[in-house]
Structure formats: structure tokens, C-alpha cells
Design a protein around this ligand. Structure first.
Ligand SMILES: [Fe+2]
Length: 437
């Protein structure tokens, strides 16, 4: 009997091999480092675990043997998608209950590189790292959008190349990280694929922040159809962002600081929130928050999925509700940069004051839709862009077979945005001058 139990246990603990042939850890997985509201002293670590008891050991990067490590215990919630409307009963999110664990690391030292690992039932996860913000000084972050298609060959190498070239402490994605949120294999591919001996190095060394795309609302297929959740259930159990957003969109709307930049995520994806109560809730929250936080930042970067000034709008909710609602608000608060995706076409505006090109040096917002950081691309519909005077650069990703990511260098005087393709060739660059002291 004992033999059977120990054999069963060892089978559970063995890594499984996903469809790409890459190993996936089956007992401590989906490990993501997300920002606390103030990243000078805090981050949150979210992971899924097969065991009820686990802990995070963390220490400074110099202490490679974890000799001076501290221990933090998670809040653990036994979770699966059972009981959730429209969910697939064949997804491992449904069939495999797991503990969703959240650990808030607080009282960290600013401007410090940390390492951590997770321990559960004598099993030890791979080592991950992050760097707390200094609160000031020159720094950089990288931005992606629409990784999307499961197992595509662009995304993970693109993340690796951006990390190698720019060593960013922070990465942002403006939604559609996966194609089908209820299909757990797609999250395994993105977050857990073993792409080196030390595990998934793509997500191993930065703080990650994202807004949900419409695909974060897609449940897994039921009889060949993909119904949509009304909440981004799996996103909310994989990422633990600061709980300071609009009440009806907690975790998908939120803000945090990294150095002198205020980052704000908005949730504009489910058609239920393109208008109506939840949409209005975020509008109110955004304005109250911006009024309250006035004077605490040098730059404002908003990231949300649907492109407010896309080059050829493919989503009617944008033109009808989202654009007229939000551009006057971004104008009012003089937002510096809005990162988005959704259209799968590259489009980058001039500096816009409202819905027109800005004539004042210290006024205006750049809208950057990188289109795709994966292999889902759309062709540009030129009939829709004939009268386009708002965009300085538009690129047909499908025709050119390109995928993009950006590095943003931040100094006291400016933010310099450089956009690269998957071959690490520079495709666009623009500079956002500081508007605040
Ligand atoms: Fe997308």
C-alpha cells in the first residue's frame, strides 16, 4: 500500500512535458512577480501550488546560497474553475484543484536586486529575481502587447532578446497575453515552459504588470465554441496586482509607482465594460485617483488593451464608447503615454492634445499600439486610413511579418521610446519630454 502511495506521489511530482516538448513543473507553477503599489519597498508573488503548505524564501542577489534568506508565508486559496459559468469541464483549470498562493513582500530595500524560491513539501522551485525601484534616477522598462497565440515561436525569444539587450527591472503587457484564458496549456507555455536548464527564464527576472485583453475573458472551448467569462477569472488567479483600482474591476484596474513613473492599468475589454456601470466606475476612479495623486510622479503611463487611436479601428466599441470617453480624460490629466494593442497593426500617433496634434510643448499624449508581440497579425486596411493625420507611423504587420516590443528609457528630462522588431532592428523611436517638475 505504502509503495502505491509513494509511486502515486512521485508521479504527481514528476514534471510533465507540454506539447512543445518543454517540461513544466506540476507542483509549483505560474510563478509571477507583480508590483506592489510602491515598488521601492514591495512586490507580490503569485503562484499555483499542489500542496496546502508552502513558503517563499527571499534574500538579496549576493546571497546566492540563501544563507540569510527570510521566509514569507502565502495567503493560499484552494481554487479551480468549478462553479464558474460557461467554463470548460475538460480544462485543467477545472479538473485540477490547486492552491493559489499570494505572498506580499514588504519592507524591502530600495534599488536592490533580490532572489527568491518557493518551497513546498520538500520541493524547491526554480530561482526568480527582481529589482526594487530606487525612487529616482535614470532607468528603463520594456513593453509588449498581444503575445496571444499559444506556442507561437516569436514571444519567448523576443522577451529573452529584450532582456538581454536592456536588462529591464519591469515589463508591461497591454493585454491578450494568451489566446484562450480558460485553456491552461497556454499559460503553461507563457509562464512555465522550460526554455533553459533553469526553467522558464522569460519571466524569471522582472516585475511584470499587465492589463487584461478581451482574450483574458475567453473560456476554454465547449463543443468547438469559445464562450466568454464575465470576469477575467484565470487572469485574476495568476496575477495579484495592487488592490487599489475601481471597485467593480479590482485587480484589472490598478496603479503603482516605479521610480518617478505612475503606471495605471485600465480594463476595457469585455464588451460589458465598454459602457455601463463598470465602465463608468473606472472613469470615476481614474479621475479621483489622479486628483489624489497629483504631484507624486513625473510621468504617467497608462496601459489598456483597446487602442483609443488605432490606425484602422477594428472594434466598433472603441469609436462609439471608449475613444470619446477617455481621450478628454487623458487630455485633462496630461497623460504622457498610452500603451495598447488589440488591432494587431502597428500604429503610433503624434503627440495629441485631445484628438488633435498638440501645439503646446508641455501638453499631449502619445498613443502607442505595438500590434503584436507574437505571431497574430492583421493587414492594414488603407481605405480606413486615407484621412489619417494623427499617426506618425503605421506598419502593416501581416504584410511585413513583424512583431514588436519597446524599450523605454526614463530620465528626469524625457522618456525615450525605442521599438524593435523580433530581429532586434529598430523600427520606430520617439521622445516624450518631461512636462512636470
Ligand atoms: Fe489580440
Amino acid at each position: 500500500m505504502l509503495k502505491i502511495i509513494s509511486l502515486t506521489l512521485s508521479l504527481i511530482l514528476l514534471p510533465i512535458v507540454n506539447l512543445t516538448g518543454q517540461q513544466v513543473n506540476t507542483f509549483i507553477y505560474h510563478i509571477v512577480t507583480t508590483p506592489a503599489e510602491d515598488t521601492r519597498c514591495g512586490v507580490t508573488i503569485n503562484y499555483h501550488c499542489a500542496f496546502p503548505k508552502s513558503c517563499v524564501e527571499y534574500t538579496t542577489a549576493k546571497d546566492t546560497e540563501f544563507k540569510e534568506a527570510k521566509t514569507a508565508n502565502p495567503q493560499a486559496e484552494l481554487w479551480s474553475t468549478k462553479g464558474i459559468e460557461k467554463t470548460s469541464t475538460t480544462s485543467t483549470f477545472y479538473t485540477k484543484e490547486r492552491y493559489v498562493c499570494r505572498v506580499s513582500l514588504t519592507s524591502l530595500k530600495p534599488n536592490t536586486q533580490y532572489i527568491y524560491r518557493i518551497i513546498a513539501n520538500a520541493q524547491v522551485s526554480e530561482v526568480k529575481s527582481f529589482k526594487t525601484s530606487a525612487g529616482k534616477g535614470k532607468w528603463n522598462f520594456v513593453a509588449f502587447t498581444d503575445f496571444q497565440h499559444y506556442n507561437n515561436e516569436i514571444t519567448l525569444p523576443l522577451i529573452e532578446k529584450m532582456k538581454e539587450k536592456f536588462n529591464p527591472p519591469l515589463a508591461i503587457c497591454s493585454g491578450d497575453m494568451i489566446d484562450v484564458a480558460g485553456f491552461e496549456e497556454s499559460w503553461n507555455w507563457l509562464l512555465d515552459s522550460r526554455i533553459s536548464d533553469s526553467g522558464n527564464t522569460a519571466f524569471a527576472s522582472f516585475i511584470f504588470a499587465a492589463s487584461p485583453g478581451d482574450h483574458e475573458f475567453w473560456a476554454d472551448a465547449i463543443n468547438g465554441k469559445y464562450p466568454q467569462y464575465t470576469e477575467p477569472h484565470t487572469y485574476n488567479h495568476i496575477f495579484r496586482f495592487p488592490q487599489n483600482g475601481a471597485k467593480s474591476s479590482l485587480n484589472s484596474s490598478y496603479y503603482f509607482y516605479y521610480n518617478n513613473v505612475l503606471f495605471i492599468s485600465l480594463d476595457m475589454n469585455n464588451s460589458n465594460i465598454s459602457k455601463g456601470e463598470r465602465f463608468n466606475d473606472q472613469v470615476e476612479w481614474f479621475q479621483k485617483t489622479m486628483d489624489r495623486l497629483k504631484g507624486t510622479y513625473k510621468y504617467i503611463v497608462v496601459y489598456e488593451h483597446k487602442s483609443i487611436f488605432g490606425s484602422s479601428i477594428i472594434d466598433s466599441a472603441v469609436g462609439k464608447y471608449i475613444r470619446p470617453q477617455w481621450y478628454p480624460i487623458f487630455q485633462k490629466y496630461n497623460v504622457d503615454l498610452v500603451l495598447s494593442g488589440h488591432d494587431h497593426i502597428y500604429s503610433r500617433t503624434y503627440r495629441l492634445d485631445g484628438n488633435q496634434i498638440s501645439k503646446k510643448t508641455k501638453k499631449g499624449t502619445y498613443y502607442l499600439d505595438m500590434g503584436s508581440s507574437g505571431d497574430k497579425r492583421r493587414a492594414l486596411d488603407r481605405s480606413l486610413t486615407e484621412d489619417d493625420t494623427l499617426h506618425e507611423k503605421v506598419i502593416d504587420l501581416k504584410g511585413e511579418k513583424l512583431s514588436f516590443a519597446a524599450n523605454i528609457e526614463v530620465t528626469k528630462r524625457e522618456m525615450k521610446v525605442s521599438v524593435y522588431n523580433q530581429y532586434m532592428q529598430l523600427v520606430d523611436t520617439f521622445t516624450i519630454k518631461a512636462k512636470r517638475k
